[in-house]
Design a protein around this ligand. Structure first.
Ligand code: HEM
Ligand SMILES: [Cu+2]
Length: 615
């Protein structure tokens, strides 16, 4: 590795952060900073509400504290799910993407009014959906949306809920158009240049998002919304579920890819080093674009109405999807090691000590990455068709995704906020030690909660219920007891809530502080191996878009056709449990029909000929 950076790194080892001071994002892009700030504040509001509902439901289902009737549980759980995984994550990432595009292209957005327009559209949509959900708390309004964030039919929500989601998604489409527009304009002025890495990451993520949201848009606009408006009588639940998961798996990459982006472009910088490889990072994002969508059926391993063969194909694709995550783990750790060695770290693992662990931004992201590794392991269990049957719909599943979206993404976003809010306000982070305690508490709380959830799931304890303990049914714990598991889940939930309170204290403390010139300069990590080392074809976004579409067509055409054939476009007469591979049986039926028809007409012809001859 090059020694060129040893010198500038040496002067930073004594401080806990390696970042030089200088021009902030706010100094450079004051108008854009306002938009990004608003997006982040919206996301924080969603986080606060979602977190509050999280602890309420945790204490309720573990029976430690019940402040509501169990009937209200689904209103709370819907709000928790939708506010956190739709509003918190997406508002945050559109802010970060705007930062990434403007910073890396080094240009303002083309028209700030359009930028405000998409943020406004998203906010209006989120407010509509939130209103429909929250109305479920009162009987005085004839409105509710207790359908959980997956909104499976035959559960039905008030039309406002579906409409709100649609408007929200349209807002994200507009946001993507804004970033593409910036890129087109930049390309015209910089012909032949490689797309700067952060922009490349934003654009590939958005292409994936455009493809993925077609599924949910179809589910809502063609079926669920007309159905809740009373325009059609029924829907085909298998079809709408499948369209949901067409979107539901890639949406997890929509949350993860911004987190990855920050691990790639911020973490190495914070470690005092450089990104190990720009080409590898590009490969990873292309792989996610290609592989995220044709795997959604892995959420439907237990759905009747989809044959085993299609599930098997989805499983195989899913296993391929591990590759880019493993590449990410490798690149990010290699970059951190590079940083640590620049800071004087030595030894095979001794270099870990040289990392800036007291910097809350670094520590939070690194801990988030560590938890993601654990989430990856339980994810592999979920992905296996046969072992999935063991954990399906048990508390194991929320255990898994509180490690992934609930920590790898959420903790990365919170830690990144400690970097972004000073960038966006020009104010120094209020109280770094508290911020550090906050990220560590999240890690500790999640260790308790997610681990106990996984274990409870293995005992068969169901998810999505206010009353997991059935009368006359005992869960047998191999190690410990159910009471102990419940206690750990509740304890974890309380620690997480405490962590959230500290998070808001730090953010509010920072925002209320006064402008300072001790804010690190805006920017992102350099690379050891730059874009010039990567094949040009990686930047051919049209090619990747085309391939992604082809893969989706291959993966989904036959399952969708067979679902429609069985259950009808608008349901509901479904024949359950097909056990054969549909393609084969469909092909066989066609051949058989064809053979019969041919045979029949052949006999008819023969008969007619014989008749003619005999006459
Ligand atoms: C204070 C922190 C949190 C606590 C105490 C908490 C607690 C819980 C619990 C106990 C459940 C399972 C409820 C059930 O199945 O009956 C749950 C579900 C869920 N949580 Fe969290 N959670 C927290 C933070 C988060 C975060 C940060 C995210 C995502 C960014 C998240 C996303 C979800 C989702 C998507 C569900 C599934 C909802 C459903 O099944 O429809 N949670 N949470
Ligand atoms: Cu998935």
């Amino acid at each position: 590795m090059s020694d060129a950076t040893v010198n500038d790194a040496a002067k930073t080892t004594e401080s806990t952060t390696s970042e030089p001071l200088g021009e902030t994002y706010l100094d450079k892009f004051p108008a854009e900073a306002k938009v990004v700030r608003s997006a982040l504040y919206s996301s924080f509001l969603a986080l606060a509400l979602g977190g509050l509902f999280g602890v309420i439901q945790t204490l309720h289902r573990t029976d430690f504290l019940r402040i509501m009737e169990s009937e209200t549980y689904y209103t709370v759980l819907t709000a928790h799910g939708v506010f956190l995984v739709i509003a918190f994550t997406i508002f945050f990432l559109v802010g970060v993407f705007t930062w990434a595009v403007t910073t890396s292209l080094d240009r303002e957005v083309e028209d700030i009014r359009f930028t405000w327009a998409w943020l406004g559209t998203m906010t209006a949509g989120a407010a509509m959906a939130a209103a429909a959900i929250l109305a479920g708390f009162t009987d005085s309004l004839d409105m509710s949306a207790d359908v959980l964030f997956t909104f499976y039919a035959p559960m039905q929500a008030h039309p406002l809920f579906y409409l709100g989601l649609t408007v929200f998604v349209v807002g994200t489409w507009m946001a993507g158009a804004d970033w593409f527009r910036s890129w087109f304009a930049w390309k015209k002025e910089n012909p032949g240049e490689r797309i700067p890495l952060p922009t490349f990451m934003v654009l590939t993520t958005m292409i994936m998002w455009y493809v993925a949201t077609l599924g949910v848009a179809t589910a809502i606009l063609a079926f669920l919304l007309p159905w809740s408006l009373g325009l059609i009588d029924s829907v085909n639940p298998t079809l709408t579920r499948t369209l949901f998961w067409f979107f539901g798996h890639p949406v997890v990459y929509f949350w993860l890819m911004p987190a990855y982006m920050m691990w790639y472009v911020l973490l190495p910088k914070l470690s005092g080093g450089k990104l190990f490889s720009d080409p590898l990072a590009r490969v990873v994002f292309v792989l996610f674009l290609l592989l995220s969508t044709p795997v959604g059926i892995h959420h439907q391993y237990l759905d009747p109405g989809i044959s085993e063969g299609f599930k098997f194909i989805a499983m195989t694709n899913t296993m391929f999807l591990l590759l880019p995550s493993l590449l990410t783990a490798f690149t990010v750790v290699a970059s951190m090691e590079h940083g640590a060695r620049q800071r004087g770290g030595t030894g095979r693992i001794g270099w870990l000590k040289a990392l800036p662990w007291r910097d809350p931004v670094f520590a939070g992201m690194a801990l988030a990455g560590l938890m993601f590794a654990a989430g990856g392991f339980s994810g592999m269990i979920n992905a296996g068709m046969n072992i999935n049957y063991l954990v399906h719909n048990t508390l194991w599943v929320p255990g898994h995704f509180h490690l992934t979206v609930g920590t790898a993404v959420a903790l990365t976003f919170m830690a990144a906020s400690y970097w972004f809010i000073p960038q966006l306000t020009g104010k120094k982070l209020w109280n770094r030690p508290v911020a550090l305690v906050q990220v560590v508490l999240w890690f500790v709380g999640m260790t308790f909660m997610a681990n106990a959830m996984h274990r409870a799931g293995l005992l068969g304890m169901p998810r999505r219920t206010a009353e997991p303990q059935y009368d006359g049914f005992e869960y047998e714990a191999g190690v410990g007891s159910v009471a102990e598991l419940d206690a750990q889940i509740a304890l974890g939930g309380i620690i997480l809530t405490l962590s959230l309170v500290l998070f808001f204290a730090v953010i509010i403390g920072t925002v209320l502080g006064s402008r300072s010139d001790e804010v690190p300069a805006n920017g992102y990590a350099d690379t050891l191996s730059g874009p010039e080392d990567s094949p040009k074809i990686l930047d051919n976004l049209k090619l990747w878009f085309g391939l992604a579409v082809v893969l989706v067509i291959i993966a989904y055409t036959f399952p969708l056709l067979s679902i429609i054939e069985r259950g009808g476009l608008f349901g509901p007469d479904i024949t359950a449990f097909p056990q054969s591979i549909d393609i084969v049986s469909m092909a066989w039926l066609t051949v058989e029909q064809y053979a019969t028809d041919t045979f029949t007409s052949a006999t008819e012809v023969a008969q007619a000929t014989i008749d003619g001859v005999l006459r």
